[in-house]
Design a protein around this ligand. Sequence first.
Ligand code: GDP
Length: 143
Amino acid sequence: MAIERTLSIVKPDGVQKNLIGEVYRRFEQAGLRIVAARMIQLGQAQAEAFYAVHRERPFYRDLVSYMISGPVVVQVLEGESAIERNREIMGATDPKKAAKGTIRADFAASIEENVVHGSDGPDTARNEIAFFFAQSDICPRRR
Ligand code: GDP
């Protein structure tokens, strides 16, 4: 067990449905701390680069269109096992397979429009945090 940081995104459908506060409430209730946050409108090239790992997948174009369809809120979460903890809070990619009480089970419309993103491992977390935030954007908690 270790204190980790992970990258989280409230995706365009989550912002549209006014779920920012609800998503943050779940993070905070689980003991995760938000140490950086920002709302942004992703551009095509930025969304393509963020999801480059899925370039060859059949849903890549749709995924990029969805991610630029409206603003997103990006945040860095910090806490004990933050990467895995966030994945548990989000639930499985496909809301039909997501455990009861998870964000995706409760709010996702489909396997694509699934409200939130969360890094899937330590290397991804490091790269994804650096994709959106400079070191100076991150605010260590002192109290
Ligand atoms: P995640 O780590 O749970 O977000 O899942 P992945 O990394 O596998 O996929 C990234 C994102 O692509 C998902 O969160 C969905 O928004 C989208 N996605 C994944 N699988 C599918 C699919 O089979 N069809 C469509 N249309 N979108 C998908």
